[in-house]
Design a protein around this ligand. Structure first.
Ligand code: SAM
Length: 458
């Protein structure tokens, strides 16, 4: 979501002020830090980075520094207190106001310089707007432009689940869905620019409830069906989901919508019912397993990924073993696992953070070793299979090769020509590294269909 937001900021500043992205800070006149506060480590990095920018700012005082995202939303004024170089502080829901805020900051700086000549002790404040004006943001951002064959589309934001560990409802606000027609217009525009794959985004994307032009509400299943009908869009992903929002109609999409990939990112956080209750996830492990079983009945090849939190307050060795057992049973393919991080203002912050740090680290290592083994086993098992991949770009390792992604989101490098970019091709997998697969092109069904059409036209 932050990547998507950063992209929209860059486009917005290009449209309003003609600002262009540059390669190094030295070439820049504005630096923007788009932040995440989901864990303390990410938050602390913000202040480390701002400290490094001081020299850059001091070198030319007319340079601007802006801080956006969830740390900005959470800390507001405190950011300026800790980092005097910051001129603008905006939240995830006010990024569309960034050009006006930058202009205001420049104006205030000019006024400040004048006042300082008279009165030395005058203080300059940052321009701050971290409010939650919801839909206004989407209405005020420039139309999306594709950067390639695959695009993110933000369809909802925020979270109303209030898991006890999580800061998101307080920094991004409650769940808010974009109207159905707005999402569809964005996707149709992307398809017209050659996008073949969309990744529907939201903190709880499967809680999507978009108002339709007739006043009815579309859920994520309705949206997925509509997206699948858009000419040119042949692959649909959605991320990230909450288990409590995996409705039957969404599960049915795996049977009804071939464009929907056989991949699901469904965080569970812990395999222990006791910990799930303390986290206020509102479901038990068995219910989560039932969802996966239902989808695997429809798509036995489903590749599953998840998020796990290690060392939540009160997590015992037995609780952790239940997490390992769940992972053993369900077989995950690439996942995210984190040591619990106490977040200010969340209900869990009042619980004693009582699991010893060494224990947390040992548990995290054990879980990650298991998850990595499972991921590698899946990659190894793909060797010899034929995979349909969407060709995205030249390979980063060897410019004579092309790179594309499988349904389970693995990069495959293979010998091929750049004409294939934007096409679905079939590749036989010949090798599996840690980060990517190697393959041989075996069929180009779309290019063949195109040639056939030309032949009939003749
Ligand atoms: N829809 C997701 C869900 O079902 O929870 C929420 C995604 S959340 C923004 C991203 C991930 O960050 C969570 O799934 C969780 O594993 C991790 N996370 C959130 N708060 C955390 C905390 N306080 N400590 C450690 N990890 C945390």
């Amino acid at each position: 979501m932050n990547e998507y937001d950063s992209d929209r900021m860059a486009k917005l500043l290009e449209k309003t002020y003609g600002l262009k992205l540059v390669e190094t800070p030295e070439e820049a006149s504005v630096l923007i830090l788009n932040t995440c506060s989901v864990r303390e480590k990410a938050q602390e990095k913000v202040f480390g980075e701002l400290g490094r920018w001081k020299e850059w700012k001091d070198a030319a005082p007319d340079r601007l520094v802006a801080v956006g995202g969830c740390v900005a939303s959470q800390e507001g004024e405190t950011i300026r207190k800790r980092a005097k170089i910051v001129d603008v502080i905006f939240g995830p829901q006010t990024l569309h106001r960034l050009p006006a805020m930058m202009e205001q900051a420049l104006k205030e700086r000019a006024e400040y310089d004048e006042q300082r000549e008279v009165h030395k002790r005058v203080r300059r404040k940052a321009v701050i707007d971290i409010s939650f004006p919801e839909i206004e943001k989407f209405d005020n951002l420039p139309a999306p432009e594709s950067n390639g064959v695959s695009a993110f589309v933000s369809v909802m934001e925020g979270c109303s689940k209030y898991c006890t560990f999580c800061v998101v409802p307080y920094t991004r606000g409650e769940e808010f869905s974009r109207p159905f027609a707005d999402c569809m217009a964005e996707i149709e525009a992307l398809a017209a620019q050659g996008v073949r794959e969309v990744n529907l985004l939201g903190q709880n994307v499967n809680a999507y409830q978009g108002v339709m032009p007739d006043g009815e509400i579309a859920d994520l299943a309705v949206l997925i069906h509509a997206v699948a009908a858009v000419e040119g869009i042949d692959r649909i992903r959605f991320t990230t989901s909450h288990p409590m929002e995996m409705t039957q109609s969404l599960i049915d999409c795996y049977a009804e919508v071939p464009e929907l990939v056989s991949h699901l990112h469904l965080p569970i956080q812990s395999g222990s019912d006791r910990i799930l209750a303390l986290m206020k996830r509102n479901h038990m492990a068995i219910e989560y397993k039932a969802i996966i079983r239902k989808i695997r009945k429809i798509r036995p090849e489903l590749s599953l990924s998840g998020d796990f939190i290690i060392g939540f307050p009160g997590e015992t060795c037995d609780d952790f073993k239940e997490t390992l057992a769940l992972v053993e049973e369900l077989k995950y393919d690439r996942s995210f696992s984190f040591i619990y991080s106490q977040r200010p203002g969340t209900p869990a912050a009042s619980l004693p953070d009582d699991v010893d740090l060494d224990k947390k680290k040992r548990r995290l290592n054990a879980l990650q070793a298991l998850l990595n083994d499972q991921t590698q086993a899946i990659s190894d098992a793909m060797i010899g299979s034929t995979q349909r991949i969407l060709v995205e770009r030249l390979s980063r390792q060897n410019f004579n090769e092309m790179a594309g992604r499988t349904e389970n989101n693995r990069v495959v490098n293979f010998d091929g020509s750049p004409d294939l970019i934007g096409q679905f091709v079939d590749v036989e997998i010949t090798g599996a590294g840690v980060n990517s697969l190697k393959g041989i092109l075996v069929a180009t069904p779309e290019a063949d269909r195109f040639k056939q059409r030309q032949y009939y036209a003749l």
